[in-house]
Design a protein around this ligand. Structure first.
Ligand code: NOJ
Length: 747
């Protein structure tokens, strides 16, 4: 009996213990729940109400009309809660119409997300990204992205598919135009600036949009420079060269990522858990929304990794993709995949969570509509145009200027503007021109006329069209040059020759353009070449013979006015190449931060690394660009000669404008790790500063090198900073070894 009582008491005690513990757990859960943000609770509550079809609908993105209009089908899908987002639908009125259906007529009233490629401006166009990157002006780059975001958001766009942060070392690849060029350090700084410009620190604001770091990853390394082609490289190279700009975007708080079309060492990005799960989520701890590129899920079948549509959907979602752009396999086969246990509900819920979280963060549940009045006030307003002109001027790179051919004197009486590109509005905005309208763009011909007013006769002859297969117009152009005091000769690529699906094997001037240049040159009259293009061009003849060359890329809405500002000296060119210009396609890939070889070039020794038919050096190196004034960089000083692995070093120089005009110079600091456990590049950009100086002005500037930025990924793919001696050069181009010193990282 006693025993029975004892047992009874013990039983009660055990029960009490469990009751207490579960109470404790419950309390903790309540506290935890209270801590989770209200957004997460709202997501939970929505998720609990959603059918599987509605969930899959959130993972679908469909394309609107090129005009910005939604398609009739979108209305029906939105009404049934089966469409989460669109791309290309834009304009306050049009986007509001579709939004209204989603918000007012769908069962759960989940707002739609409107995405668009706002790459270098929405309506007011800025220089193409490669051109803008030539400014090395991070504040300015951030500002243009902010203006683009302001305009886009006012027009109902919430999400831009930018910035493209793919490092690209192959100018045959047309998409080199959309990025920041070849360098990981510069590219990372620009990636950060662009994300901040688009998003600010809170992209729910009416002047911000969510950014998208694309295309993860290594898209810029497409073999043979052929778009969409495969890439194959070590994980080390991925981590060291191609990933950092994406990481910089994460550091800036980027809201989304896009997959790339290519496969990486056999695994397509859209089905690549290493990229999405290991790198983005586990290592970088980012909760960025992941969207595929256009029909990239469908393309998994063509890549030969998916058996059929359902298999493609399974691979993509299980790899960590959230939204499928345009193809509809996730939508079509999601239910069946869940039933067959090939896809878990948790995977779908996670993806839906990402989408809903984004919509909450964008403030779409509270403010789903665009304001048409604000749109009218924002698009292409005077302030935006003014800044577009300034940013265009900063993007120009003066490649050559013999005997001060430029700037042109404003007292000139007769001036010829020659070349199709100089008179064609469509070509000013460049590719991926958002909602930019060609009728808004100022051509070079217009810009020169605006500049000179009635004080000079300005005449135009195209010579040929952009493809320049027909030379029948050359005589007229040459005659015009002969009868003028100066010729502005605009040559280069048509906008359709760069950006997506625009790879070239010959990156010289198209068609017979060079013949036209030679004919103008033969007149013996003064002229300057204005280049328009979306990639480095092989322009050896020009570099050797033409007196002046101004690289203007595609400069945007204010292209013509800005080009005239620079040609006539109201602006002083200050751009620096963000990409190497090769002498020939045969030199590609050619980039400044190459690894050394065991047999570095020696002129007298045949058995060293060289070509039989070409120098190793590029035509124009990374970081290069002239000015109408001259600068002297001197007095290099390091704050110390030894730093610890966590320490930093201050590098100071004096920069002096030794010429007669105000101008800006970009001081560049390169390092070399002399001996390491792995071969390290012959030089690597590690700091830079743009300095504006009045004529005669001299200023001391200080740049900081952090030891932690001087490491690399070892063979185990771990980031290490190794002790040892480093060389340092400071100059105004990657081939300028003017100022040198060494320092040591100590154990
Ligand atoms: C395909 C391109 O690769 C990508 O960059 C772009 O954002 C999408 N199309 C949407 O237009």
């Amino acid at each position: 009996m006693r025993l029975a009582v004892k047992r009874h008491i013990s039983f009660i005690l055990v029960c009490l213990f469990f009751f207490n513990t579960s109470l404790l757990f419950a309390q903790r859960n309540v506290r935890f729940a209270a801590q989770t943000s209200s957004i997460e609770r709202k997501i939970d509550s929505l998720l609990a109400k959603m059918t599987l079809a509605e969930k899959l609908g959130q993972l679908q993105q469909l394309d609107g009309e090129a005009s910005g209009k939604y398609r009739p089908e979108h209305l029906e899908l939105a009404r049934n809660g089966l469409l989460g987002s669109t791309l290309n639908v834009r304009g306050a009125e049009q986007s509001n119409e579709l939004q209204k259906i989603a918000v007012e007529q769908s069962r759960l009233k989940i707002p739609m997300l409107f995405a668009f490629d706002v790459i270098h401006g929405y309506r007011t166009m800025f220089p193409i990204p490669l051109g803008e990157s030539a400014s090395w002006d991070l504040a300015s780059i951030e500002k243009s992205a902010h203006i683009a975001a302001t305009e886009a958001r006012s027009a109902g766009v919430h999400w831009t598919f930018a910035p493209m942060v793919d490092i690209a070392r192959d100018p045959r690849w047309g998409r080199i135009a959309e990025g920041a060029g070849e360098d990981t350090f510069l590219g990372s700084q620009i990636a950060f600036a662009r994300v901040r410009g688009f998003q600010g620190t809170d992209f729910s604001q009416s002047d911000r949009v969510m950014a998208c770091a694309k295309h993860f990853a290594a898209y810029g390394a497409a073999e043979a420079g052929r778009d969409y082609n495969t890439t194959d490289m070590s994980e080390r190279t991925l981590r060291e060269i191609y990933f950092p700009p994406f990481k910089a975007a994460v550091d800036a708080g980027v809201g989304s990522f896009m997959t790339s079309f290519n496969s990486i060492s056999g695994v397509p990005s859209t089905a690549n858990p290493f990229l999405w799960k290991q790198i983005l989520r586990d290592e970088w701890k980012s909760d960025a929304l992941v969207v595929t590129d256009y029909t990239a899920v469908m393309e998994l079948m063509k890549h030969g990794v998916a058996l059929d549509e359902a298999d493609a959907a399974r691979l993509a979602l299980n790899a960590g993709i959230d939204i499928e752009m345009v193809s509809r396999f996730v939508n079509k086969h999601g239910e069946q995949l869940v039933q067959n246990k090939k896809l878990s509900m948790a995977t779908i819920d996670n993806a839906v969570r990402e989408v809903l979280r984004t919509k909450f963060k964008l403030g779409l549940f509270e403010k789903p509509y665009a304001d048409a009045n604000r749109e009218r006030a924002m698009l292409l307003n005077a302030e935006h145009r003014k800044f577009a002109r300034q940013s265009a001027n900063e993007s120009f790179v003066l490649l050559k200027n013999e005997r001060e051919t430029l700037p042109i004197k404003k007292s000139i009486k007769e001036i010829a503007v020659v070349g199709f590109l100089a008179g064609d509005q469509r070509n000013m905005n460049g590719n991926w021109a958002g909602d930019g309208r060609e009728q808004d763009a100022v051509t070079v011909f217009e810009g020169v006329k605006n500049k000179l007013g009635n004080s000079a006769k300005v005449k135009f002859a195209s010579g040929c069209d952009a493809k320049c297969e027909d030379a029948s117009g050359f005589d007229e152009a040459v005659k015009l040059a002969q009868n003028s005091d100066f010729t502005i000769l605009t040559v280069g690529e048509d906008i359709d020759m760069s950006a997506e699906a625009s790879s070239r094997t010959d990156i010289g001037l198209p068609g017979k353009q060079l013949e036209l240049v030679k004919r103008i040159h033969q007149t013996g009259k003064s002229y300057a070449v204005v280049l328009m293009n979306g990639r480095p061009l092989t322009i050896n003849w020009l570099a050797e013979n033409s007196p002046a060359i101004l690289e203007t890329w595609f400069a945007g809405t204010e292209a013509g006015n800005a080009i005239a500002d620079t040609l006539f000296g109201d602006a002083n060119p200050s751009g620096k190449l963000p990409i190497t210009f090769p002498r020939s396609v045969g030199q590609i890939p050619i980039y400044y931060n190459a690894l050394p070889t065991g047999r570095p070039f020696e002129a007298e020794n045949k058995y060293t690394s060289k070509y039989l038919d070409s120098p190793n050096t590029p035509l124009y190196p990374f970081g290069y660009g002239l000015s109408y004034t001259t600068f002297k960089v001197s007095n290099l000083q390091l704050s110390q000669s030894k730093i610890s692995k966590t320490g930093e070093l201050k590098v100071s120089v004096d920069v002096e404008n030794t010429g007669k005009r105000a101008g800006a110079e970009v001081v560049q600091v390169y390092v070399r790790d002399f001996v390491a456990s792995l071969s390290r590049p012959v030089k690597e950009l590690k700091a830079f500063q743009r300095v504006s100086l009045k004529a005669g002005e001299k200023r001391k500037i200080e740049l900081v090198l952090k030891a932690k930025d001087l490491g690399f990924y070892n063979t185990a793919n771990q980031y290490v900073v190794e002790a040892g001696e480093f060389g340092l050069t400071v100059g105004t181009s990657s081939n300028d070894d003017g100022l040198k010193d060494t320092f040591t990282i100590v154990k």
